[in-house]
Design a protein around this ligand. Structure first.
Ligand code: 13P
Length: 248
């Protein structure tokens, strides 16, 4: 049984004071739901959010990590630093990091393996551009992202990984994939995982859809069989909107 999991990706929004205001409101709204929820926040908010969400069931995630344990990597953050303060999740391979910060399938793979080693659940993002969709390359592209991103990951570790399908053309554009398009690719992702691993472990993997998810379209997206959750950008910045999505 896959429990629905809705994660917010705050991207580069919210100072700690703003995170505090959100947490105060959100903790009151969240009690009593059986959908899992997490907020993936900027590094500077993480320690505060871990404290604020303690005992509520709300998870906390980072948005990036370095794949080495430590070293002369100015500006980077290690998995140990995240795990010591109690971070549960970490987004890897978001298309914005692939586009602006030269993230590749190879570095995504190193990060996924490091996070698993340190007990943090990776939320690994995949998804095609509009050109790739229009030219029919979308399936090959996403398959390669999965194969290379998960290379060397053991079968027993697969269920610890969350896969987020985020078509690049639907991110921050207001242009959501139709529920059929999202379901189709999430089913393709699950089938690819079955091919790489086996049905038993692939069946346990939470597959999220991300891209312009908002309260108005959350129900039809979450009602799809192969979609187990959502990775929510803009609409996770307001506690009320994020809660409305969790309440889909
Ligand atoms: P939006 O929900 O703002 O489109 O962002 C999606 C996203 O990139 C989540 O990681």
């Amino acid at each position: 049984m896959r429990i629905p999991f809705i994660a917010g990706n705050w991207k580069m929004y919210k100072t700690q004071a703003e995170a505090e205001a959100f947490a105060n409101e959100f903790v009151k709204l969240y009690s009593g739901t059986d959908v899992r929820a997490a907020i993936c926040a900027p590094f500077t908010d993480l320690r505060y959010l871990v404290d604020a969400f303690r005992g509520t069931g709300i998870g906390v995630g980072a948005q990036n990590v370095h794949y080495e344990d430590e070293g002369a990597f100015t500006g980077e953050i290690s998995a140990d630093m995240l795990s010591e303060i109690g971070v549960d999740f970490c987004i890897v391979g978001h298309s914005e990091r692939r586009q602006y910060f030269a993230e590749t399938n190879e570095t995504v793979n190193l990060k996924v393996k490091k996070l698993l080693e340190k007990g943090i659940a990776p939320i690994m993002c995949v998804g095609e551009s509009l050109e790739q969709r229009d030219s029919g390359e979308l399936y090959d592209f996403v398959r390669t992202q999965l194969e290379e991103g998960l290379a060397g990951v053991e079968k027993d570790d697969l269920p610890k990984i969350v896969i987020a399908y985020e078509p690049i053309w639907a991110i921050g554009t207001g242009r959501t994939a139709t529920p059929e398009q999202a379901e189709d690719m999430c089913a393709f992702i699950r089938n690819t995982l079955i091919e790489i691993y086996d049905e038993e472990s692939a069946d346990e993997v939470i597959i999220q859809y991300g891209g312009s998810v908002k309260p108005a379209n959350a129900t039809e997206i979450m009602n799809q069989v192969e979609i187990d959750g959502a990775l929510v950008g803009g609409a996770s910045l307001k506690a009320e909107d994020f809660m409305a999505i969790i309440d889909f």
